[in-house]
Design a protein around this ligand. Structure first.
Ligand code: PLP
Length: 427
């Protein structure tokens, strides 16, 4: 058995893994065409055909509806904007509670605050790291208005059970599929499983266009609200024939996508199948290699689901291996394997939630008299999330479809080397 790199031995992997690169000649040509046209964005914040954007924006939206099998697609300048617009379209407001995940990128939880509503955290499922019907049910109150479910790391949340629960209580479900384009339950795409789905096109995602997002829904009324919030609702509604109507949250922003981003995103969407297919192959290869590694549990893929492996997340059992997670991860990093301990800290531990200071530093919206009830952000409210984050989860974002089978073998070899070394020492 060779010496661990952390103890002076030779690392399994001396050179860095290839980075994920998806932008090529197709995107370059598409951008050149936009530049040649001289029109980099064709949106107008008036009730006119241009209210819905330029030709490439609309083409992207059509392609998105066809690919994901949804009725409406509304592009935005980021998934953060998309999540905020979705909450606005859902009619979330003062006094409402919105159930969110504590284990996600911060924007999936913060959106309710924009509309003076209260984020309430449901715990995650220890297999998929997503919130579940069970954990959501535990925090539903008469104030609950909506749920933001995240298909975290690329595994779809248990959306059928969540939608059934939401129907029971009349709640709107927003599915944050930023990490899960191409993930599936059966033949249905993640992102198309809730009332509104949000995809991201930022640089770190499977496909990207700089910054961008597409928001999808089958509900025409929600689609129109999304379009209005994207583009100066307050100005446009007064021009719209028969406008006015439901003014709830009809304050618009500028969340518009440019023609350049739309042109790039169209090319990227064509590549999604191929990029995802090879990523899943590599992930499966690693899962196979690690299947009998003591102290390590490989990612769970529920029956009938496609996991998109935005991140490859493992669970670590310190009691089996005999060393703390930090030491195990440090040893892996010394072997040349990029591994993080945990993902992002449970969101309710952020100062925003701990101190409840936001608008004017007054405690609003938490102390708004419209809000009946109380919400806790104490450490301990989501014990599974805390255990995963602080004790068990190790993950890498470096695994993708442009790695070779030999690269994956290095991952496997390093895990075996480190796990065997410490397990033997513990035995
Ligand atoms: C990346 C990400 C977002 C935000 O996406 P942007 O397009 O960068 O605003 C939201 N939710 C999740 C789960 C993400 O991974």
């Amino acid at each position: 058995m060779s010496r661990l790199a952390i103890e002076g031995g030779t690392p399994v992997r001396a050179k860095p893994f290839p980075e994920y690169r998806t932008i090529g000649a197709e995107e370059k040509a598409a951008v050149a065409e936009v530049l040649d046209s001289g029109v980099l964005s064709a949106f107008l914040g008036t009730w006119s055909p241009e209210f819905l954007g330029g030709p490439r924006v609309r083409k992207l939206e059509e392609e998105w509806t066809a690919y994901f099998g949804v009725a409406h697609a509304v592009s935005m300048n980021s998934a953060t904007s998309g999540l905020y617009a979705a909450l606005g379209a859902a009619g979330v407001g003062p006094g409402d509670e919105v159930i969110v995940s504590p284990y996600t990128m911060s924007a999936s939880a913060a959106g309710p605050l924009l509309y003076n509503a209260i984020p309430v955290f449901a715990d995650i499922d220890p297999e998929t790291f997503c919130i579940s019907a069970e954990t959501i049910r535990a925090v539903i109150t008469p104030q609950t208005k909506a749920i933001v479910v995240v298909d975290i790391f690329g595994h779809p949340a248990d959306m059928d059970a969540i939608m059934a629960l939401a129907a029971e209580h009349g709640l709107t479900v927003i599915e944050d599929a930023a990490q899960a384009p191409g993930a599936k339950i059966g033949d249905r795409y993640a992102g198309a499983l809730g009332h509104i789905g949000v995809f991201s096109l930022n640089y770190h995602k499977h496909i990207h266009c700089g910054e961008g997002s597409v928001v999808v829904t089958d509900d025409p009324a929600l689609a129109e609200k999304l379009q209005l919030i994207r583009n100066h609702a307050e100005a446009v509604l007064q021009q719209k024939p028969g406008g006015g109507g439901d003014l709830n949250n009809m304050l618009g922003f500028n969340y518009r996508m440019t023609e350049i981003e739309a042109a790039i995103a169209s090319e990227q969407l064509k590549k999604l199948d191929g990029l995802l297919g090879s990523r899943v192959e590599r992930a499966n290869q690693l899962t196979e290699l690690l299947s009998n590694t003591r102290g390590i549990s490989t990612p769970v893929v529920r029956a009938g689901c496609v996991h998109s492996y935005y991140a490859y997340a493992l669970r670590y059992d310190a009691a089996v291996v005999g060393v703390p997670r930090s030491q195990f991860a440090e040893a892996l990093r010394a072997e040349g394997i990029p591994i993080a301990e945990g993902y992002v800290a449970p969101i309710y531990l952020q100062p925003l939630y701990q101190e409840r200071k936001l608008y004017g530093g007054t405690g609003s919206p938490w102390n708004d008299p419209a809000h009946k009830g109380s919400v806790s952000y104490e450490r301990g409210i989501c014990p599974v999330t805390e255990r995963m984050h602080f004790e068990e989860l190790i993950y890498t974002g470096a695994l993708h479809g442009q790695l070779s089978p030999a690269d994956i073998e290095d991952f496997g070899e390093a895990f075996h080397k480190v796990a065997n070394h410490y397990c033997r020492a513990a035995a």
